[in-house]
Design a binder for this molecule. Sequence first.
Ligand code: GCU
Length: 604
Amino acid sequence: MRKSVVAPLAAVLLASGIACYAQQIELVQNPAGRQTYSLNGPWQIIVDPYEAGYYDFHMHPQAGGGLGANRVPAGKGDKLELTFLPNTPTLQVPGDWNTQKPEFLWYEGTIWYKRAFDYAKKPGRRLFLWFGAANYEAIVFLNGHKLGEHRGGFTPFQFEVTNLVQDANNAVIVKVDDQRHADGIPTAMTDWWNYGGLTRDVKLIDVPDAFIEDYFVQLEKGSANRVAGWVRVNGGQKRERVTVRIPEAGASASADTDENGVARFAFDAKLESWSPERPKLYDVRVEAASDSVQERIGFRTIAASGQKILLNGRPIFLRGVSVHGEAPFRAGRVFSEADARVLLTWAKELGCNFVRLAHYPHDEAMTRLADEMGLLVWSEIPVYWAVQWENPAAYANAGQQLTEMITRDHNRASVIFWSMANETPLGDARTKFIGSLASQARELDPTRLITAATLPHYSDPATITIEDPLGKYLDVLGCNEYIGWYDGPPTKPDTIAFKTIYDKPLVMSELGAEAPYGRHGDEDTAWTEEFQANVYRHQIAMLKRIPFLQGMTPWILMDFRCPRRPLAGIQDYYNRKGLLSDRGEKKQAYFILRDFYRSLMPQE
Ligand code: GCU
C-alpha cells in the first residue's frame, strides 16, 4: 500500500520552500461520478478510552492488531475480550459520535467502528475503500489486515483493497481517535467542538484496472476561453490516449499520458463564465481507453490585480460570511447536502456572494452546492493558532491536509481562495512554515489565490497597519479584527483607520460580537442583540473607509458549539457570535448586515 510521499519531502520543503508535482496523493477524483457501494448506515462500535483494543498493557501495539484483527470467539471456552459480539451497540455513519448519544457529548478518545459487507468483485476491476473524513486519527483494517493510518479530521483518504475484498463476510474495522495533540493540525486549542468519529461518507469505489484517477479541468490562468489542465490515469499503458469533452460547448481535446500516467491538454472553448449571479455549470466528460467519468464544472477566472480582486476580469466586492461545519437545528458536524443547503441558503438570503468555510475543509457537499447556488468559497486548512512550527511532523501533516483539500476541490468553480492558516503568532519559524505551504499550494494549483487570516497590528493607537510578514507569500491578505468586542467599546471603530504596506487586496476575514437570540437590553449592555447590532453599525462605517478592502466574512453565520464558551444562560457552550441562532432565528445584526449587502448589490 503506497503511502503519501509528502513526509520525506517536508524537510526539503521546510529547507528550500520549493514544491514539486510529485506530491500527488492517491485519491480518486469525484467518487460520486463512479461506480460505488455505500458503507453508510449503522456500524457497531466499541468505546475504548484506554486504547486497550490496540495497545497491550505495556503500551505496545497488540501483535495481532487487537480489535482490528476481527477475531471471534472460537468456542464456549474462549475468553476472547477484544471482539465485536452480535449485541454490540451501533452508531450511524456518517455522523459524529458526540451528538448521537448524550454520554458521548464530551467524549474525546478512541471509538472502534465495525461494518460487515458482501461484495462480489468482477474481474478486471480495482476496489478502493474511501472515507470522506474521520476525525482525527484513523487506523483502518479490512478482514484483519491493517490497511494504514490517516491523520486530519476534514479531508478524504482511501486504501486500495482489490486483493483483500472477498465475496462475502468482509469486515471493515476502524479505530478512530479524536484526542487533541499539541503537535496536531489543528493543535490542542481551538474554538470549536471536537466532533469525533466517521463524520463523512464511507464507500467502496469500483473502477477498471486502468482508471482515471484524477483530473484538473479549469480555465488557463488569465484566459476566459482557453481550457487547460491534466488527467492522470492509474494503471494504464504508457502513452494512453485521454480525451476531455465539453459537449454543450462543442469543444474537446485529446492527449497522451506520459511516464507518470499524466496527459496535459489545452483547448479553446466558447464558454459562459460562472459567477454568483449566473452559476453556469457544464457537463464535462473525461475519457480514457477503459474508463470515463462525468463531471459538472463551471469556468471562471479569478485574479488579484493590485489591491483589486477580479472575477472574470471585473472587480468584485466579496459580500461574505464565515461558516463553521456545524449542522443547523440538530448541532453536530455537517455531513449532508441537506445540511449544506440550509446553511448556504441562509448565506444567500443574507445577500452574500461569498462564504469563508472555517477553519477546515468542509464536506464536499458544501463546495459542490456553492458551485450550483453561486457562492464563492474561501477554503482553509486547520493551521490554527499556536501550531508547532519547528516540528517537521506537524508540517508534513499540514502539507498532507493541504494536498488532500486541493486535490478534492480543484475542479470547483466556487473555490477561489486556498487559505493556509488562521490567527497565527508572528515569528520566523511560523512564517517559513506557512510560506512553504503557500508555495506548495501554488504548485498544486496555479489558478487560485492564496490567502491566510492574520491578526491586526496597531502601528499607533488609532491605526491598524496590514504588515504581517506573511503577506509577501499571499495574494490576498485576510485580517481578523474584533474592534468593538474584544477590542474596546462598540464605538471604537469610529476612531480606527487601516493602512497597508502591501499592494494587495484585503478581506476582513473576521469581525463581530456575541449575543444569544432573544436577549435584549440597551445597546451598551453586552451580550444583547442591541449591543451586537451596534457593533455591526460602527464596524460597517469603518469598513467603508478602507480603500483596499475587497471583501468581508463576519464571524459568523450561525451560533456554533464550543467547549471554550461556558457562560451560563448566555453561551452555554455555544459561541453566540452568529447572525442567526442555531435554529435560524435572525438577530438584529443580521438585518444590519443584510441591508448593507443589499446596498452593495448590482441593481437588476
Ligand atoms: C477567532 C477565531 C475563531 C473564534 C473567534 C471568536 O478569531 O478565528 O475561530 O471562534 O475568534 O473568538 O469568536
